[in-house]
Design a protein around this ligand. Structure first.
Ligand code: NAP
Length: 350
């Protein structure tokens, strides 16, 4: 079987490097193009990238010349890890040139014809793509996005609760890792021995995105789910891994055991059809009273599993718990790759 050729936009960044690692030895896809800013264009990838992964740069990728983030590239689709400002034009140009874009950026997430996908939850939202292609005259091209890194770690445990018991209210406080700001995003002197109580643009994303993801697509229009979300997002001095304290109010009133069972039994299409990057369990629930911890639990399911702990009754809403997910894997590179695998499995990339 010929592997599909992938181009990575933003290949030198924090997310791009995780994409490079996630794609080595991939059964369906191989990297044929890496693209970044003008500062990097023309250099061999290994020569230019400030490599921060513990594994070495895969040799064939290290030899690739970095290209400009503009079509055409020698690839069948692109994984995009650019800032939202750049994504606006660059992703559109690729899609308009007939190249599918599997994006990690926020710019198109809430667009009325762009699916915002977590494959375990709303794989069916890909049905919007023919409408998008027609409305924008994209031909074979399209744009698919994955959610914000905090939204993903929140929605994975919320989805089974919503399906079984109906969400009414969600109250969250996040403790987000430094790497979530990208490699040049935060100065060490600002975050060392400190907590920053504001992350630019983060709270609206965490409030709005879950309602689209858990919503329903009717024809070519979404009905966003209606529940109240209040979010407080903080940056903490942890390298990788976003931890979120969550309280939920539910329409039905399940027992603690029923809530736990809903999360433990949660599976989706990626598990059913064994997508290569799918973890066996999207959510695991720990009964230990001191878990999850980034240092101990971040690599569950290869970084694709969300670890929930401290599940207990809430004095104000119904139940509360702590959830942890890897912001650069489940929240970014792994999220985009799982979307690409879903698209391939569903026939959208052929
Ligand atoms: P990053 O580490 O700052 O990397 C940025 C990438 O964009 C680099 O490859 C850089 O190339 C390239 N770039 C910068 N300016 C450019 C330009 N003018 N034209 C073309 N390429 C340019 O950022 P990141 O953390 O990987 O984030 C990438 C995207 O993913 C963002 O939208 C972010 O919000 C999203 N995201 C990040 C995380 C996370 O945990 N970090 C999680 C989810 C989503 P050079 O090396 O040449 O400068």
């Amino acid at each position: 079987m010929r592997k599909l050729r992938v181009g990575i936009l933003g290949a030198t960044g924090a997310v791009g490097q995780h994409m490079v690692i996630a794609l080595q030895r991939h059964p369906w896809f191989e990297i044929t193009e890496v693209a970044a800013s003008d500062r990097s264009v023309g250099f061999a990838y290994a020569e230019r990238v400030a490599w921060r992964m513990s594994e070495p740069i895969p040799e064939p990728v290290g030899r690739l010349r970095i290209k400009e983030c503009a079509p055409p590239l020698e690839c069948d689709f692109v994984l995009a890890a650019l800032s939202a400002e750049l994504a606006k034009n660059v992703e559109y140009e690729f899609a308009a040139a007939g190249c599918p874009v599997v994006s990690n950026s926020s710019y198109y997430r809430m667009h009325e014809r762009v699916p915002l996908v977590i494959p375990e939850i709303n794989a069916d939202h890909l049905r919007i793509l023919p409408h998008q292609q027609k409305a924008e005259s994209f031909g074979r091209g399209f744009i698919v996005t994955n959610p914000n890194c905090t939204t993903i770690g929140l929605c994975l445990p919320l989805a089974p609760l919503h399906r079984r018991f109906g969400l009414e209210k969600v109250f969250i406080t996040s403790m987000q890792a430094i790497s979530g700001a990208g490699y040049t995003g935060l100065h060490a002197l600002d975050i060392f021995d400190n907590v920053l109580p504001h992350i630019d643009g983060e709270e609206p994303k965490v409030v709005d995105e879950p309602k689209k993801i858990l919503g329903k697509l009717h024809g070519d229009a979404w009905v966003h789910e209606e529940f109240a979300v209040s979010a407080q997002c903080n940056r903490v001095p942890v390298e990788d891994g976003h931890t979120i304290c969550v309280s939920v109010g539910l329409r039905n009133k399940p027992s603690l055991e029923e809530v736990k069972a809903a999360m433990r039994e949660f599976r989706g299409l990626p598990q059913e059809v064994s997508l290569p990057t799918a973890p066996a369990y999207p959510v695991i629930v720990s009964d230990e009273n001191n878990r999850p911890q980034p240092r101990l639990d971040l690599r569950a399911g290869g970084g694709m599993t969300c670890v929930v702990g401290r599940l207990r009754p809430c004095e104000i809403l119904d139940y509360k718990f702590v959830t942890l997910s890897h912001n650069l894997i489940r929240g970014a590179a792994g999220a985009a790759l799982l979307n690409a695998e879903l698209l391939y499995q569903q026939g959208y990339l052929r």
